[in-house]
Design a protein around this ligand. Structure first.
Ligand code: 16G
Ligand code: ZN
Length: 536
């Protein structure tokens, strides 16, 4: 697994030049799959060091999420199921970037730097998505972990959130059993119990049926396994896009960016409630066919991460009232975290109607997760459908572990266990959304009308030669470099009503992203186009 001997899953040597450098980005290392064997090998070794340092389980996830099937990637997971510590991202980058000749010295230096405590609990837990390069990379990971004699657990084909969950479960046995079954039953059992103590309103318009676009990824087999534990009378799921080309014309990312129906969804058929996973099932997007005179139109009406977040926060706040009324002194702090991509209407609604000041942070789960962890109940969602709710120890003590007669508080405790608090999880989030819609007796129409309406928005990808010249501040909403561009953005934005826009470099692709909102669809597209010209 050296750079020189890097061998692809089809058995060809694909040497990596010494001067080719890589960096641990928002998605870990993610490239064409042929580059990955030596990277995964070295990352698993770094994971084993981290495991020995903390005497804990560390996760390695092999996935490239919504990217095409020829890509793959690797990402490390810290003991509590969180993203890897930042200093260790730097170590991982250094180890991967060492030449074959430099590697032994780099490794010795690192081994000297970290102090190793007891080691009997140290292990590397590795999962992969459905890509055909996965098994070869799993072998690379096993070999990397073996260098330092750390136990290696191959948990097979899993969604990214299942791997995060398993890592936490290995480290905190009370949390759940660290197996596929442990994950399925913890979530499904909580969903069923929550169902039992939730009374659907008499005039309910809720439909217990969802059509799910699996992006031809890991969501198909694993969500089927989870649903085996939930009777179809409680929730019926129809599966689409299970085994064709991964992420091709489908999946949560496709639906969000294109605002179109995914492959195999027809605009004419009665498909009232649909949802889309991404390739590794850590993102969820609800949608339905957009009402239109043109029966050929493939436009989708989105119920994205913002809509899901607002739905969930509305529910949690309502359940929490009971507690606040009975214990006015000890408040639980409820917070909500978004990024600049959150639809302006959602941010305004949260601020003005719910009376909560949303926190805006830079793109990337680790920023959202960290900010949400400041609260007793921290809800975070990216507009692209990645999000979850995190709970503090105080919440755990007061809500989960204190017996109560209060139905709202019992519901809240169960809801917190349906949610996968380690990371955004398409399966858990879908079950959480269904539980809330049923609680309110809501149809998709109700969900669309009773909260807020999106302002029109557009996202454009602009290819650039070097995205590193673009520098932002103010949670990515202001460009400080190249000098002068922000002024041009401001001038364009000022021409429209209710408008907002920003340009930021992607953290995952060699492009910059333009985001624009305005009062009408036409104006939004115009604003987007003119901003594209600013970058080109
Ligand atoms: C990664 C991030 C996701 C973010 C996306 C933005 C994680 C686990 N994933 O997929 O949260 O929305 O990158 O990509 O952090 P971009 O920088 O290309 O816009
Ligand atoms: Zn993903």
């Amino acid at each position: 697994y050296s750079r020189a001997g890097n061998t692809t899953h089809s058995g060809n040597v694909h040497a990596i030049q010494d001067d080719e450098k890589f960096s641990y980005g928002t998605a870990g290392f993610r490239f064409k799959s042929e580059k990955l064997p030596f990277i995964v090998f070295r990352c698993a070794y770094v994971a084993s060091l981290r495991a020995r340092q903390l005497n804990s389980a560390i996760g390695v996830m092999i996935t490239a999420s919504h990217n095409p099937s020829c890509d793959n990637g690797v990402k490390l997971v810290d003991p509590s199921g969180d993203m890897l510590n930042e200093q260790w991202e730097i170590y991982a980058t250094e180890v991967v970037n060492a030449t074959d000749a430099e590697l032994p010295a780099a490794v010795r230096a690192l081994e000297k730097q970290i102090s190793v405590g007891k080691t009997q609990l140290s292990r590397v837990v590795c999962g992969m998505d459905t890509r055909c390069s996965g098994p070869c990379l799993m072998n690379a990971a096993r070999a990397g972990a073996a260098l330092f004699n750390v136990q290696f657990d191959d948990i097979g084909v899993v969604s990214t959130p299942m791997l995060h969950y398993a890592v936490k479960a290995f480290n905190e046995p009370k949390f759940a059993e660290p197996t596929h079954d442990g994950y399925y039953s913890a979530i499904a059992d909580s969903f069923k119990k929550l169902y039992e103590i939730t009374e659907e309103p008499k005039d309910s318009r809720y439909q217990p049926k969802v059509i799910v676009d699996c992006a031809n990824g890991v969501g198909a087999p694993r969500f089927r396994n989870l649903l085996e534990r939930i009777p179809s009378s409680l929730l019926e799921v129809e599966f689409r896009n299970e085994s064709e080309e991964l992420n091709q014309g489908c999946g949560a990312d496709f639906v969000k960016i294109s605002q179109k129906l995914p492959a195999n969804f027809s605009p004419t058929a009665a498909e009232p409630k649909c949802a889309s996973f991404d390739g590794d099932a850590d993102r969820l997007m609800y949608f339905r066919a957009k009402a239109s005179e043109n029966s050929e139109s493939n436009d989708a009406e989105l119920f994205d991460g913002d809509k899901i977040a607002v739905l969930i926060v509305t529910y949690i706040r309502e359940q929490l009232k009971d507690y606040e009324n009975s214990t006015p002194m000890e408040r639980l702090r409820l917070g909500i975290v978004q990024t600049a991509y959150a639809n302006g209407s959602s941010t305004r609604y949260i601020r003005e109607k719910l009376g909560i000041e949303p926190i805006i942070v830079p793109t990337g789960v680790k920023h959202l997760h960290e900010a949400a962890s400041e609260f007793d109940i921290g809800i975070y969602f990216e507009a692209n459908g990645h999000g979850t709710v995190v709970f503090s120890e105080i919440f755990d003590r007061i809500i989960r572990r204190t017996p109560t007669e209060s139905l709202p508080l019992r519901r809240l405790a169960l809801f917190s266990r349906v949610i996968n608090e380690t990371v955004g999880d398409a399966f858990a989030d879908l079950l959480a959304v269904e539980a809330v819609l049923r609680h309110y007796g809501w149809s998709m129409d109700d969900w669309a009308e009773k909260l807020y309406r999106d302002v029109p928005n557009v996202q454009i990808k602009v290819p650039v030669i070097d995205r590193s010249i673009f520098k932002t501040t103010n949670a990515e909403q202001t460009l400080v470099k190249p000098v002068g561009i922000q002024k041009m953005i401001d001038t364009d934005v000022a021409k429209y009503n209710n408008s907002r826009a920003f340009i930021r470099p992607s953290g995952t692709e060699n492009i910059v992203r333009v985001y624009a909102e305005a009062d009408t669809v036409e104006n939004t597209l115009q604003l987007g186009k003119s901003l594209e010209q600013v970058v080109l």
